[in-house]
Design a protein around this ligand. Structure first.
Ligand code: ATP
Ligand code: MG
Length: 332
């Protein structure tokens, strides 16, 4: 029986973090048994914020494939490739760019927030404002049914669905309309924003135990708990959010101890650092084993790239066919 298709991806802009694990990696690799999966490392999309650091991408990509492997990516079952290995993605982006208006792009709340984060000294480029169009092409080229992603990606998913439906309506049914499957959002160590590679508020999957301890030690807890003796409000505490995600079995006890002021924030944080390091240790051991295998990352990407190109070309031919862009009388 033909397996349904799953598509998702990440930007190679830094170390993968706990937010990626909770919000995305855990679920997507569990789905490999039921879906034919395409995992794309979005190197061109990384340029929309990292064009001045393009030579860093190679290292980040290698790290990312190792993180995937340690988190459960199965190269025998699934495809992992780079966006730049599939030129059909750029071709579809060129076509989709004409199906979205500029005001529609500027209304995207994730884009608005990311522009705000850039600060006043940086102005958004054409590539940056347009990345959701390129992402729409990334999402639909492989004609997936299922697209797991974080909540911050919801506006991009909605745009992809709109563009695909518009294309189908104008030219003919080529794209099934994919569904987004949204993972949990993990707050950063600053307690203010989502954990992100770009905000300096992330605990990386490769952080050493003492780094984890230091980062957890600096986390923001309930601002109202000014002294050890003041009862805390776990629902306002980012440390508690991490217990919930990584030690659900301790959740009730931790909340009760906090509300009763039975345990102070320092001890509570020390407990959390222990929980996280216990989680990260086997992950990092698996990763170290994969790292020792010469040529593993290269083989995965070369094979993945050629599979993705073949699939991408198949869709692109249909796109050109329904649009009348095959030009058989001129080129055939
Ligand atoms: P950058 O800061 O470079 O944008 P990022 O940390 O936001 O990096 P992405 O590569 O943009 O990571 O996101 C990859 C996937 O992980 C997306 O589906 C995104 O929604 C999800 N994701 C990222 N951060 C979190 C988070 N804190 N919690 C849950 N999911 C997340
Ligand atoms: Mg991001």
């Amino acid at each position: 029986m033909k397996r349904a298709i799953l598509m998702t991806g990440d930007r190679p802009t830094g170390q993968m973090h706990l937010g990626h694990y909770v919000g995305s990696l855990k679920n997507r690799f569990a789905m490999q048994k039921d879906y034919r999966c395409f995992f794309m490392i979005a190197d061109y999309q990384a340029l929309t914020t990292h064009s001045d650091r393009s030579s860093d991408l190679e290292g980040y990509i290698r790290e990312m494939v190792l993180d995937y492997l340690a988190a459960g990516f199965d190269p025998e079952r699934s495809v992992c490739f780079l966006q730049s290995q599939v030129p059909q993605l750029a071709e579809l982006t060129a076509i989709f760019g004409n199906l979205v208006t500029l005001p529609r792009l500027m209304r995207n709340p994730t884009i608005k927030q990311e522009i705000e984060e850039m600060g006043v000294n940086k102005r958004p480029t054409f590539g940056f404002v347009g990345y959701p169009v390129s992402q729409a092409a990334d999402i639909v080229l492989f004609r997936p049914e299922c697209v797991p992603m974080g909540e911050d990606q919801r506006p991009h998913m909605e745009l992809a669905q709109e563009v695909a439906a518009r294309f189908n309506g104008i030219y003919g049914e080529v794209f099934p309309i994919p569904e987004g499957v949204y993972g949990e959002r993990m707050v950063g160590t600053d307690g203010r924003r989502k954990m992100s590679k770009s905000y300096g508020n992330a605990i990386s999957l490769t952080d050493a135990p003492e780094v984890v301890e230091a980062k957890v030690g600096g986390m923001v807890t309930d601002p109202g708990r000014v002294r050890r003796s003041v009862p805390g409000r776990p629902e306002l505490c980012s440390v508690f959010a991490y217990y919930r995600a990584f030690a659900a079995e301790q959740e009730d006890a931790v909340a009760a101890d906090c509300r009763a002021a039975a345990v102070g924030c320092t001890d509570c944080k020390a407990g959390l650092a222990g929980v996280l390091n216990t989680f990260l240790e086997p992950f990092q051991e698996r990763r170290a084993e994969f790292e020792k295998q010469p040529g593993l990352v290269r083989d995965i990407l070369n094979l993945g790239g050629s599979t993705a190109r073949i699939e991408g070309q198949r869709t692109l031919e249909q796109v050109k066919e329904v649009m009348g862009l095959r030009y058989e009388s001129l080129l055939g």
